[in-house]
Design a protein around this ligand. Structure first.
Ligand SMILES: Nc1nc2c(ncn2[C@@H]2O[C@H](COP(=O)(O)OP(=O)(O)OP(=O)(O)O)[C@@H](O)[C@H]2O)c(=O)[nH]1
Ligand SMILES: [K+]
Ligand SMILES: [Mg+2]
Length: 365
């Protein structure tokens, strides 16, 4: 039996198994097996997997956004509209066959927007160019899921399932579970809160299925079985996702209003040029970037330039953004701005900086 059939079989078994106290451990095991097979499917061990010609686009700019959607929803039309690059758009499906990068300049940042082929149901199993498209999506800082406003909610559900199946977790955080494989000592299981779904036996069963017999597990939130499996696999990608409904020129105002009220959602019409600026603005917000100004010793801060960095970046990240070798030469930094109590404040390399901070790096003598 091939892996795809095994996956299908487990999915069928999960679907027909009633969820109750008596079956919860069995279901937990099935989920662990399913996750394991899916990983095998995505990372073929041989060299026979799809090569992905035209998909290895060099990363450039301050952040990367991947356009994911079914064929002919308007992905290429959006790329041509928002970047200086033209990507062929047409009324037939699969017009785009490779990854086409464009560049958006916004708020002084350069955002790399990637146009991709449309994906179809079963993409995670390798249908169409699904695997290559998904591999690119995993490298993105933000997924822009493009949807056709004239079609129903099913398209969005299907795409979410495809992303889920390949280990992408959208608009959620990494579960707060400490997990470490050990050389000996068996499995130690502890929790800092009341647990609804996990317990020692469940965790032991799942780890056993993964042939892990020595590990430390500390659960710090009321996590589900699926979340625990995510942590054990350790390869999940947590990426933010913005839903973009295109072609609103084709539906009524009432329908537009309803779509626009959904979470993480922007409605646009690429062809009629409706709401495109707002979409770019939302992309910027979802990327969660900050600007930091550097100040050379004895000079004014560089308010015209500055660095674009991810929120949560430390002084170490600032050093790396300036020059690789600066981390080794680092002595301390002076910081002016909202991340410090007084300005300037002397900080170490692990200090987390904030938007609009001014940073002066002092090298070792
Ligand atoms: N009515 C309407 N049509 C649009 C809009 N945006 C794009 N289209 C049309 O939708 C069709 C598909 O557009 P593409 O940009 O090629 O779509 P795609 O998602 O890149 O398609 P593939 O590359 O084949 O996956 C084209 O005929 C576009 O002219 C829009 O806002 N409104
Ligand atoms: K098309
Ligand atoms: Mg296209």
């Amino acid at each position: 039996m091939g892996i795809t059939e095994k996956i299908a079989e487990i999915e069928r078994e999960i679907a027909r198994t009633q969820k109750n106290k008596a079956t919860e451990y069995h279901l937990g095991l099935l989920k662990a097996k399913l996750a394991r097979y899916r990983v095998m499917l995505l990372e073929p061990t041989g060299k026979s997997g799809p090569k992905g010609v035209g998909f290895d686009v060099v990363r450039s700019g301050d952040a990367r956004v991947a356009l994911i959607g079914f064929p002919s929803v308007g992905k290429s039309t959006l790329l041509s509209k928002t970047t200086g690059t033209t990507s062929e758009a047409a009324a037939y499906e699969f017009t785009t066959l490779t990854c086409i990068p464009g560049k958006i300049n916004y708020n002084g940042a350069q955002i790399q927007l990637l146009d991709l082929p449309g994906i179809i149901e079963g993409a995670a199993q390798g249908k169409g160019r699904g695997r290559q498209v998904i591999a690119v999506a995993k490298t993105a800082d933000l997924i822009l899921m493009m949807l056709d406003a004239t079609k129903g909610p099913r398209q969005r559900e299907l795409l979410e399932l495809e992303l889920e199946a390949v280990g992408i977790r959208i608009n959620t955080h990494r579960p707060n579970i400490y997990f470490k494989v050990k050389k000996g000592g068996g499995i130690s299981f502890n929790a800092t809160c009341k647990l609804t779904w996990l317990n020692e036996k469940m965790v032991y069963n799942i780890l056993h299925d993964y042939k892990i017999h020595n590990a430390e597990v500390l659960v710090r939130e009321d996590a589900t079985v699926d979340q625990f499996i995510d942590v054990v696999l350790g390869t999940r990608k947590y990426i933010r996702c913005l839903y973009c409904y295109n072609k609103i020129d084709q539906i009524s105002i009432e329908e537009v209003d309803q779509l626009a009220r959904q979470d993480h959602t922007v409605v646009v019409s690429c062809e009629s040029d409706l709401n495109i600026e707002y979409l770019v603005d939302q992309m910027w917000h979802y990327l969660d970037l900050i600007r930091v100004y550097t100040k050379p010793r004895g000079q004014a801060p560089d308010f015209d330039g500055g660095l674009i960095l991810k929120r949560g970046t430390t002084v170490e990240g600032v050093c790396k953004a300036i020059h690789k070798s600066l981390v080794d030469e680092f002595s301390y930094a002076l910081v002016w701005g909202t991340s410090t109590k007084h300005s300037p404040q002397r900080v170490g390399i692990n200090h987390v900086i904030e938007n609009e901070d001014v940073v002066q790096i002092m090298k070792k003598k």
